[in-house]
Structure formats: C-alpha cells, structure tokens
Design a protein around this ligand. Structure first.
Ligand SMILES: [Zn+2]
Length: 125
C-alpha cells in the first residue's frame, strides 16, 4: 500500500516471516527504509498481512507527525540522555522521544519506563 501523507510518501508492506505464519510490517518513508526499534516494537508480529500492513502505514504517519525521529536516522545530531554521546537510536514513551547509545539502552529504558526491556527474538534463518 502506498499513500501520500502531509506531502510525504509512505510505502507500507508486510512480509511473511520464513517458517512461520507471522507477518512483519515494513515501512518506507520518502524512499527511506524505516527500521522498527526493538524497544518500542518488541517482538511485534501479526497474524495476517492486512494487520501488518495497517500497522506499517500507521507507523509511517506517526514518523511524519514526529519528524525528529525521521531526521535522526540521517543526521547524528541527537545525544544519549545518559552520557551525551551522539546517537541516532531512540524510543518513544508517553509521547516523548528518548535517545540512547548502545551502552545505555537498557538503563535509559528502565529509568523512563521502570521496566526492563525484553530481548527481541531474532528470526532464525
Ligand atoms: Zn550513553
């Protein structure tokens, strides 16, 4: 599915995970492939293609409504909330975007949410 939203192009598709019945959403905004962050997209799988595509589309709209998360992918102007290191990694919680470096991902997540992030399961090849 491809739409124009607020002047941006969103391409939403879904991919059947090999060896499973689960669908994984894929979002491309203005030709840029968006990687789902494992912190706000933990192990998220869908039972059918339509749901996964709808999610991919909603995620694309959300990214356009929150432009800092899109530009953060191409420019390292954001900093880890804990150590101040330049990073483009982020997660959203309660309508706010939090940035972290690889080292402080779990620590920041715990501070912000009070929870420990689950390790995303990697699909087996
Ligand atoms: Zn850090």
């Amino acid at each position: 599915m491809e739409i124009t939203y607020k002047g941006h192009n969103i391409k939403a598709t879904a991919r059947l995970l090999p060896g499973t019945d689960a669908w994984e959403p894929h979002t491309v905004v203005d030709g840029q492939r968006i990687t789902f962050d494992p912190l706000n997209f933990r192990n998220r799988r869908f039972n059918n293609e339509q749901e996964a595509t709808d999610y991919a589309l909603e995620y694309g709209k959300w990214l356009i409504d929150h432009p800092t998360s899109v530009s953060a992918d191409s420019q390292l102007t954001t900093k880890c909330e804990i150590c101040g290191k330049a990073t483009n990694l982020s997660f959203s919680f309660g309508g706010k975007i939090y940035y972290y470096c690889e080292q402080h991902k779990e620590e920041l997540y715990r501070r912000v949410t009070g929870k420990t992030p689950k390790k995303p399961a990697k699909p087996k090849k």
